[in-house]
Design a protein around this ligand. Structure first.
Ligand SMILES: *Cc1c(COP(=O)(O)O)cnc(C)c1O
Length: 389
């Protein structure tokens, strides 16, 4: 069976502003300095922004380094024409090691088995492969322990297919108000880097957004930026004030539509469990958004949305695909009206930081949930502005 019409769009739409992504890259590259490399973290489908589109936006702004978690994402980036270095952060299955060579991907290594496996494939290919070593300098997560490094460095000749191109680590507290733990960790990292006898050939990188923004002395040879490229600060709304540079621009917005408007009398229970009961005649707008769309149940009776440029509270439980907003004080709302869940409408703005507070989480999780559970559309704010004129 074939259908002649084009596939209908969802009522729920994520808009990704590619000019915001480009601008954020330029702002951040300038802020860390032109001599420090910037790697764009496009893991988790670019924090919900769409890996391919986001990588191409950063690329247009001059980015030549990208990081993903798994090898197949790296292949996808290559197949859509991304040039430059692509890091694979979380290892690989040995049977797939050849793919690093086929697609020119850079593995991050955190155990001897993968060093050995990769080296053998490289030798069979008559090639060498450049790798970055992951060291755990205080994150308590992935990586060799610093104490293992002297032995590892001494044993590198046992892996003739391997070239050591970088040493990396990761900060757990870089956006905290107190920089001291981060600076201490940075010292530990520098000591770890010094175990290499080829330091001028080895790229040392540890800084994430928090470190790049608030502890610039830890930027090393390269910074690996995620949340800041998407327009948010790792420490939430307070980051705006702490940042000394130009303000970053959030790239994601999320809109839906009113699907029903109605008035209910006092004493009406709203949604599952009747966790909200009206105390007066109340007008509600029913919205086709729920926890299946990343608008988590934790937002029940907490979140607000924008309708006609005004804030409307969510009443009662958020359902799987529906929720209700109080529009008693917003006249003229009709079925089909645009509702902004994340972003601006009129003079009001709801940020991912604000939603994160209602959800009890951080903007990172809000962006992943919204972006990766809804239909994404790419826009360019510059063009939109021209259209409005
Ligand atoms: C995700 C990630 C980053 C980026 O962190 P942000 O806080 O989003 O800037 C940097 N390094 C590693 C290893 C990561 O996994």
């Amino acid at each position: 069976m074939t259908y002649s019409h084009s596939f209908p769009e969802s009522l729920n739409k994520i808009f990704i502003d590619s000019s915001a992504l480009e601008t954020n890259f330029r702002i951040l590259q300038q802020q860390v300095g032109q001599d420090i490399r910037v790697m764009a973290m496009v893991k988790a489908d670019a924090y919900g922004h769409g890996m391919i589109q986001a990588a191409h936006s950063f690329s247009r702004a001059g980015c030549t380094r990208f990081a993903v978690t798994e090898i197949q994402e790296g292949i996808e980036l290559r197949q859509t024409g991304i040039v430059g270095q692509i890091f694979v952060l979380l290892g690989f299955q040995y049977a797939e090691a050849q793919l690093f060579f086929d697609y020119d991907l850079t593995p991050v290594i955190f155990d001897y088995q993968s060093l050995d496996g990769l080296s053998q494939v490289a030798v069979n290919n008559n090639q060498k492969i450049a790798v970055h070593l992951k060291v755990d300098c205080g994150m308590g997560r992935l990586g060799f322990m610093p104490a293992e490094l002297p032995t590892l460095m001494a044993r590198l000749d046992d892996f003739p297919g391997i070239t050591l191109a970088g040493i990396m680590s990761h900060f757990p507290l870089a956006d905290a108000p107190n920089p001291l733990p981060t600076l201490e960790m940075y010292q530990r990292f520098q000591t770890a880097c010094a175990t290499s006898n080829q330091q001028d050939l080895v790229l040392c990188h540890i800084a994430n957004s928090g470190a790049a923004l608030y502890c610039p002395e830890t930027c090393g040879d390269m910074v690996r930026l995620g949340i800041s490229l998407y327009g948010y600060y790792p420490d939430g709304a307070i980051g705006k004030d702490r940042n000394r540079g130009e303000q970053l621009i959030p790239a994601m917005s999320f809109t839906t539509q009113v699907i029903q408007v109605k008035s209910v009398p006092p004493g009406t229970g709203i949604s599952y469990g009747h966790t909200f009961v009206t105390d007066k005649e109340t007008r509600i707008a029913v919205l086709p958004v729920g926890y299946a769309d990343g608008f988590l149940r934790a937002l029940s009776n907490k979140a607000q949305v924008l309708i006609k440029g005004q804030r409307a509270r969510i009443l009662g439980r958020v359902c799987m695909n529906l929720c209700m907003a109080d529009i008693t004080d917003i006249p003229g709302v009709e079925s089909g009206d645009e509702v902004v869940i994340l972003g601006s409408q009129g003079l009001e703005t709801i940020t991912a930081d604000e939603i994160a507070e209602w959800m009890g989480t951080i903007s990172y999780e809000v962006l992943c949930l919204f972006g990766n559970n809804n239909e994404r559309h790419s826009i360019k704010s510059e063009e939109k502005n021209i259209e409005r004129k």
